[in-house]
Design a protein around this ligand. Structure first.
Ligand code: GLN
Length: 543
């Protein structure tokens, strides 16, 4: 584990305090001071990974280059620090227990009674300290809220690790909420005091408190928290609500976060230059123009399901100096005749990734509208598959064109792939096999067609993008679909898997089998999003 210093982040009082963004912002600030950072997330639930959870419950499943299905906080880590995350940066209680139990069966612990302490806690400690290089700081975020039963082994593991590393190498940061009670006209500190007490009962004295609040923290309250929680007042950091998450690093810096962390470790380093962050914030809050994009999907009640997608659209806006107003539309409303006409004022239509048949006819209606009306279209993963089905049905005249995801089909336009090669390995799956971890996952290369829109947008012929899907567009339909105006502008290196499609008869119609939103960053907007927003801007000048 080299000589890295470890910052453990826990949460208290309530969930959804933005611990992930706080961790990511701290990472960005330490980086801006010239330090090398790595961020990791430990999730106390029993799923092996979030891949099998409903996006409406848990939010988006973030996929890494090396094919891990992970928590969406890893997306924040990448967007804020630009450091690509890996399999070894996210673990769940399920994975830890399953490894411990597998080792027990193998006989690795022969003679021992296998217990939470030390076997489970050792496995957690190993995860935190494994696969590191010359990082200066490792920020390890513990999911959930202190007091949850599942969190206990994780708190115990970081307590032990802090003790082993010593004070010079371990910092405990606790993120809490200071609610404002209008009747009293005060920010209340009691929930924070209780949360710290709870943490203390597990043997952890926080070194620093990050207090989420909707208004400035008065000096008196800060002193009170410091006194009751046994933390120096300068390390009670106010974390105000902000307009855009991209201003979080600036605000937390102004509140003293990175200064106090370095002070704690007795380190001196240069002041960070946050001008680049200021420029991003300015672009996001005061852009020159504005466009409206419709995202026609299924999980529109839980916007965390499309976290990276929403951020990537904002990045496309940053690149074009435009505000991207997103209308999240539940596709099922388009299943009524003519309902899609409500898309008339929209400057770009995006059909995102998704699973299952429900709502697909509405998505297909939205694709048809975009194709026929010349509205910029962007289909991602499921969105590309449905765009191909739309062309097959309505242009190529294959009336029953469909995907085997919905029904068995003799010769499907979108079907399940049972074998594919990655590196030197042959991957296999069967129709009735496991649901977890059996998709085409992670980074795959694609070749782009010379002279295509895709080639123009990427400015390259070879690309690599992250995937997460079970089904593929059937290359057997290539010729028929080409006659119907579809261009297969991106293919897997062996030419068998369609990766990008466009249209001959449309100004901006792109479908991609992968998830470009996962690699978009505020400082490096993904070219497909930049191009889509730019096409939508052109459209906004027409309508
Ligand atoms: N349901 C489709 C598949 O499994 C698309 C998945 C997605 O959009 N991520 O292939």
């Amino acid at each position: 584990m080299g000589s890295a210093k470890f910052i453990f982040i826990t949460g208290g009082v309530v969930s959804s305090l933005g611990k992930g963004i706080a961790a990511a912002a701290l990472g960005a600030l330490l980086q801006a001071r010239g330090h090398k950072v790595r961020l990791r997330k430990l999730d106390p639930y029993l799923n092996i990974d979030p891949g099998t959870m409903s996006p409406t419950q848990h939010g988006e499943v973030y996929v890494t280059d090396d094919g891990a299905e992970t928590d969406l906080d890893l997306g924040h880590y990448e967007r804020f620090t630009g450091v690509s995350t890996r399999q070894s940066d996210n673990v769940t209680a399920g994975k830890i227990y399953s490894n411990v139990i597998a080792r027990e069966r193998k006989g690795d612990y022969l003679g021992a009674t296998v217990q939470v302490i030390p076997h489970v806690t050792d496995a957690i400690k190993n995860f935190i300290t494994a696969d590191l290089g010359d990082e200066d700081f490792v920020i390890a975020e513990i999911g959930g809220t202190v007091g949850d039963i599942e969190s206990l082994p994780f708190l115990e593991a970081i307590r032990q690790l802090g003790n082993e590393l010593g004070h010079a190498r371990a910092l405990y940061m606790h993120v809490t909420l200071l609610p404002y009670i209008p009747a009293a006209g005060e920010l209340k500190t009691k929930p924070t005091q209780h949360s710290v007490k709870e943490l203390l009962s597990h043997g952890i004295q926080p070194d620093m408190l990050l207090c989420r609040t909707d208004r400035a923290l008065p000096e008196n309250e800060r002193k009170k928290i410091a006194q009751f929680c046994n933390v120096p007042a300068s390390r009670v950091i106010q974390a105000l609500d902000v307009k855009t998450i991209y201003s979080v690093p600036i605000h937390y810096h102004d509140a003293g976060l990175d200064h106090e962390v370095l002070q704690f470790f007795g380190q001196k380093s240069r002041q960070p230059n946050l001008d680049a962050w200021r420029r991003i914030v300015e672009r996001v809050t005061e852009p020159e123009s504005e466009i409206s994009i419709a995202v026609v999907g299924k999980y529109t009640t839980m916007l965390d399901s499309y976290k990276s997608l929403h951020e990537a659209l904002i990045h496309g806006g940053i690149a074009n100096n435009a505000r991207v107003k997103v209308e999240w539309i539940d596709s099922s409303i388009f299943e009524k005749p003519d309902a899609v006409n409500r898309l008339e004022h929209i400057h770009g239509i995006l059909v995102p990734g998704g699973f299952g048949e429900r709502g697909t006819e509405g998505k297909i209606a939205a694709v048809k509208f975009a194709r026929e009306r010349g509205v910029p279209f962007f289909g991602i993963c499921f969105g590309m598959q449905l765009a191909v089905i739309e062309a097959a049905r309505h242009v190529a005249g294959i009336q029953h064109a469909s995907s085997t995801e919905f029904h068995p089909h003799e010769n499907p336009v979108v079907g399940m792939l049972t074998e594919w090669v990655k590196g030197n390995e042959l991957h296999k799956r069967t129709a009735g096999g496991d649901m977890g971890g059996t998709m085409r996952l992670g980074a795959f290369a694609a070749h782009l067609k010379q002279g295509s829109l895709a080639e123009k947008i990427y400015g390259a012929r070879e690309i690599s993008e992250r995937h997460r899907h079970r089904y593929e567009v059937n290359i057997g339909y290539k010729e028929v679909l080409e006659k119907a105006g579809v261009i297969f502008s991106g293919l897997s290196p062996d030419g068998t898997l369609p990766e990008i499609i466009e249209r001959t008869d449309h100004p901006h119609f792109i479908g991609v089998q992968f998830h470009p939103e996962l690699k978009s960053r505020p400082f490096a907007p993904h070219p497909l999003f930049t191009a889509f927003v730019s096409a939508a801007l052109a459209q906004s000048r027409l309508v």
